[in-house]
Design a protein around this ligand. Structure first.
Ligand code: CFM
Length: 546
């Protein structure tokens, strides 16, 4: 019987844990999963190789989402004044309707369509006879009702299967309406192995149809775009607060609380700060090739990471007044953070965490846990690629397979009139030497301890096994995992939606996170629960209870 006393775990060997995770699989599946479960070690000048961005074996209950989720839900969903019209059965819209906590602020213009759910609501007869006319009628209806600047059309699985030409419908409607930019995304759910394919499809079309469409000069100095920040739980609001205080102008966020005009003027920025590398690195590269804007990796999750990212942006602009202002802001913000850390650390120090989230948070959130003195013993992504684990230096060696070949790579060239290098080659080299690395991301593995387990595309079965064996103090993932983990008697924090919490970015966000994790890991409620494995002598043998 587990009582309210402290528990102690028998130490595990990562190789044993790995063997246990794949023991029950048929040999072929076990071989495949073994390549996606990596024991982290420090090799000389490199990280061990992991298999990622491959199809999930049928029958395995993956944590992944679909390509449509990555395109409509993730990249385009957070925009506030573009009407997102889903061409498909109503279920596809319902499940993408306000289920991701990307927040918006209507701003002075008041345009905000985020609360609406737009769908062509395809029926059986549309599937049989085609849905193009219904789609054109829906675009017209939206225009008549709302007069938005722009309408984005998203394909769901049946649309690809029956072959509706959504791009021609979009073009015809754009020409007909005149003052409304209409474009479409071939982001059928089955298009790729995960939502990652949807990110790429969204990046391509945003770049092709919106970026650079508005040359009206933007105001402000030290202009940047913040790429890969989706304002979940208000993260983007906190980051914008800090930028404002520092005097940094954020032209466009891709795409938290963003507007059509932000995307359309994004080519006027002088630096791209990339937060979520996985979802938006394509836009960063294309903005550089076409307009000459360099990009740097940033991370605003974690107070120290926030300070470091601000310093990197200031260093790039090489302006002493900005550098001084950034230092003053950090100095002003940090005491409150330090007080909060000092308070929670007495309870969180030495506790363990597992993080299995999307394509960047399983890395970014390690900063916050480190600040709390907690250890991340296992982490992984649902759909990241090898470069997100091992660093971008592996990019030339990535295998192109049948699935990745399915996703369009668009050819981008320097814009004849608007390409302008922001720095001279000499300046770029000097900045690199001073630590401002361009087009650079080291990935998750180098930041994790030796002997930790890095697992790609973790599934329901393995998640439960991992928790049973390693018994973390907290498990972080999404809604699909939440209740099965809690039933094992382990606190669970959603790092996609933040449950009902947030923001967790920036300085104020870090304080919120410390308190939340302290609350969850210090709560006594779990000691009153009896987890199912505690009934089983075989599983109980893995633990020693004091
Ligand atoms: Fe980037 Fe995201 Fe993520 Fe992502 Fe996502 Fe998300 Fe995520 Mo959920 S864009 S990869 S597709 S940081 S919705 S805001 S939390 S899986 S780790």
């Amino acid at each position: 019987m587990v009582t309210a006393t402290k528990k102690k775990m028998v130490q595990w060997d990562p190789a044993d844990v790995k063997a246990e995770l794949i023991k029950k699989y048929p040999p072929k599946v076990a071989r495949k999963r073994a390549k996606q479960i990596m024991i982290n070690e420090a090799l000389e000048n490199e990280t061990p190789e992991i298999t990622a961005n491959v199809r999930t074996t049928p029958g395995i209950i993956t944590m992944r989402g679909c390509t449509y989720a990555g395109c409509k839900g993730v990249i385009m969903g957070p925009t506030r004044d573009i009407v997102n019209l889903v061409h498909g059965p109503i279920g596809c819209s319902f499940y993408a309707w306000l289920t991701r906590r990307n927040q918006t602020d209507a701003g002075p213009d008041g345009d905000n369509y985020i609360n609406y759910c737009f769908s062509t609501d395809m029926q059986e007869q549309d599937i049989i006879f085609g849905g193009e006319k219904k789609l054109a009628a829906a675009v017209q209806e939206i225009y008549d009702l709302m007069h938005p600047k722009s309408i984005a059309i998203f394909a769901t699985c049946p649309v690809g299967l029956i072959g509706d030409d959504i791009h021609t419908v979009a073009k015809n409607m754009k020409d007909k309406l005149g003052d409304c930019n209409v474009y479409a995304f071939s982001c059928e759910g089955y298009k790729g192995v995960s939502q990652s394919a949807g990110h790429h499809i969204a990046n391509n079309q945003v770049f092709r149809h919106i970026v650079g469409e508005n040359d009206t000069p933007t105001e402000g100095e030290f202009k940047i775009n913040l790429l890969g920040e989706y304002n979940i739980g208000g993260d983007g609001f906190e980051i914008d607060r800090i930028f404002k205080k520092c005097g940094i102008t954020n032209i466009a966020t891709f795409s938290g609380n963003s507007t059509y005009d932000q995307f359309a003027t994004a080519h006027q920025a002088d630096l791209n700060a990339v937060m979520c590398h996985r979802s938006i690195n394509y836009v960063a590269d294309m903005l550089e090739t076409k307009f000459g804007i360099p990009w740097v990796k940033v991370n605003f999750i974690g107070a120290n990471a926030t300070a470091k990212s601000l310093r990197k942006i200031a260093a790039y602009f090489e302006d002493q007044a900005l550098i001084d202002r950034v230092e003053a802001v950090i100095k002003e913000e940090m005491p409150e953070v330090e007080t909060a850390v000092a308070d929670v650390r007495s309870r969180t120090e030495g506790k363990t965490a597992m993080l299995f989230v999307g394509g960047s948070r399983a890395h970014h959130y390690q900063e916050l846990f480190k600040e709390m003195g907690m250890k991340v013993i296992s982490a992984g992504y649902e759909f990241a690629h090898r470069d997100d684990y091992e660093g971008r230096q592996v990019l030339p060696n990535l295998k192109v397979d049948a699935d990745s070949r399915n996703i369009e790579e668009i050819e981008v060239e320097a814009d004849e009139t608007r390409f302008k290098p922001r720095k001279t080659p000499v300046q770029m080299v000097a900045l690199e030497d001073a630590g401002v690395k361009f087009k650079h991301y080291d990935g998750l593995a180098p930041d994790m301890d030796e002997g930790t387990l890095i697992i790609d595309d973790l599934n329901q079965y393995e998640a439960e096994k991992l928790v049973e064996i390693m018994k973390p103090d907290i498990f972080c993932a999404g809604i699909k995992e939440k209740f099965s983990i809690m039933k094992l008697g382990v606190p669970m924090k959603q790092l996609h939606s933040y449950d009902s919490g947030g923001p967790y970015a920036g300085f104020q966000g870090a304080i919120n996170f410390y308190h939340e994790i302290d609350r969850l890991t210090s709560s006594k409620v779990w000691t009153y629960l009896k987890a199912p494995w505690q009934e089983s002598p075989e599983l109980t043998a893995a633990y020693v209870w004091e």
